[in-house]
Every structure is written in C-alpha cells, then in structure tokens.
Write a protein that binds this ligand. Sequence first.
Ligand SMILES: [Zn+2]
Length: 389
Amino acid sequence: MSPDLPSGGAQTSTTYRKLVPLRTLEEIKAAIQTTDCYIFPTSAKSVNKVLTHLRTSLPQLTPLQHLRRLVKPSFLPPSLLSKISAVATTAAYKFPVLYLLVCPVSDISQSSLESFLLALPISRDSEDWPRISTIPVPSCQPINTVQANEWSERFWPTVYKRGNPYGPHPAIIENAAKKLGRTGEYMALAQAVGLQAVAAGVGKGFGCVVVDPEAGEVVAAAGDGRCKLNSKGWGNPLSHCVMRAVAMVAQKRLEEGVEVMPDNPVQPETGLERKYFHTNPPLPPVSAEDGERVEGGEGYLCHNMHVYLSHEPCVMCAMALLHSRVGVVVFGRRMPKTGALVAESADGNGDGYGLFWRPELNWKFLCWQWVEEDEEEEEEEEEEEGVSV
Ligand SMILES: [Zn+2]
C-alpha cells in the first residue's frame, strides 16, 4: 500500500468490499421487454416445407435470431407446455411434433397467418392444423448465458451469441476490473477528503479522487465546497466535489507554460486537497499554445482517467465526468433520489439515468459500485438522500 494514502478498503479493513459493475439502461430494458409471438405445432415431416414457404412468401416477417425457430416439446418450458400441450401432442400426429416460432403478432394478423398456412400445398398434419397460439417471448437479445438460460426456462429456448449489444462486453469489464486493485485505498481517500471538507466547514461529506491509471498517481482529490462563502457571504450550490476535482485537473494542466488562467481559480481548502493539488507534477496542457485542437483523447481534461467517489454523483457531475472523457468511475454509496449513474430503481425497473453508458451520448465509461460483500447497504440518512453529490 502506498504510504501517502489513508488506510482503508479491502486491504486493511475488516469489512470486505467488492466491485459490482453497474447495469446499463439498455440492459435493464432488454431484461424486461417481451413481445407476443405466434407459435404452432407441426410434424417434423412437413416443417421444412412450411418454413420455406414462410420465408419466401412472407419475407417481411421479423426474424427473431436470439430465439430457437424450431423446438421439440420436451425443450419447452413446463409452464408453457401446460398451456399448450392439450392442443397438440405427438400422439395426435402421425409424426413427431416440432413447435415453430413464426413472428411477432404485430407483423401479421392471426387470421391472415392461418389463411396463408391453410393455403399451402402440403398435406395437413392433423384435423385442426394449424393450431396457432400466442406466447410472450423476450424481444431483445440476452446479454449473457445466465440470462439466456433464465429466458429459456421461462419463455422460449433462447440463444446467447457472444457479445453485448446493450452495454460493455463482459470481457472488457473483467479485464478493466483487474486493474482496479487499489480501489480500497482510493475510496478511503475519497471519503477522507470529503470528511475534511465537513471539518473545514466548506461542504458536505462527499469526496472525489482522480487517478492517472498509467502513472498510478492521484492527480486530484476534492471534497464538496458548496458551503464555502465568498466575499459577499454567498455559498456556491454547484461546487460539488466532482466539479472541483475536474477544475483542479484543468488548472494543473494550465499551470505549465500557459499564461491563461481561469477567472476564478479553484482553491484547495483542506490538507488532502492541497497535498495532491500542489505536490504532484503539473499535467500536460490539453491544447497547443496557438489554440489548435489536439487530435484524439489528448484534447480532453480527464481522458481515460479513473475517478473514485464516496457517493454516486448527480446529473451535472456525471455529465462533467462524461465530457471530461473519464475511463472508469467507482463510487461508494448510491443516491437513489439524486444519483445519475445507476440505471435501475429499487424494484429493478430501468427508470434511472444510467449516464455512464447510453447510446445517444458521445462517450461511455465503465462504472462500478464499491459495496460491502453480503451486506445490504446502510439506510441513507434523510439529510443526504435529497442532496446532490
Ligand atoms: Zn454533483
């Protein structure tokens, strides 16, 4: 453990904590969306002909590539079988039966589908063929094998194809997490710098630490500063720990060889803030001296840096992190009323912001919560719950 960091976290505390990757908004929506589809049983003998006719004559039907097209009755979920088994059993047919998944009900009316099938130049399997049923199926691809298996047991046999269209690939999360071995130290520092802000009377107990992962160095540590009064006796409600930390990074980048200074430079207020603001070497500037844009990530304040937060940040701060192009964010306590990174609500619905990974935004970063293993999070204190971090 580095001697210049406060103790804490998994390495030194009796409380064991772990990193839990956040689920993206798209992943949560994908997990709960279903769509109604037509299925019907047909004999194994004629199924290929039926399929060929469907594909050639009704090419507009939506392909559901994450779902098995043909399924033996024994591979259907028992709950589904109990609803449809009376309709068609192998015994009622001359040949073994397969269930054919056709398409979402929004593609074609049941009567049109039935008329189409009845008009096919094939021999009927049974008197009541085609006996069409409507069942709910997952509308999106599963994000992993666990989810695919769950859906197969609940809805319809589902196929997981390696990859995750709704969030970071599992291998990316896994590899990135291996590089977060000092999380306990940095989280302890984030908490400590937040507590120093309280002790100094300048802010709430929220803290932020920015780390350069290549150098393994803390670039900035900032506590909340909303209670710091200016010469007119006013506080600044926007002086959140993330905004102050990003401002410190910006200022450090300006200190070397650039004459322009911000109108209101950020002032370190506590011992820990001063330590990391003044003692670490200044960062390289983000733009050339003549104001030319620097290509690539070099032009952003916190490109691919790692950020550790005592609490989940608000919308303003989450967007500041996103605009600064951070690579990783780890936070401690969730803020259900004001936090902007968690995508799901307490009941698992996706009505949070999930701002770390949204397709409509031009940057994404990986995000974990640092939680106690096997323990529920402590109840939020009333005062903190409604306060933005
Ligand atoms: Zn904030």
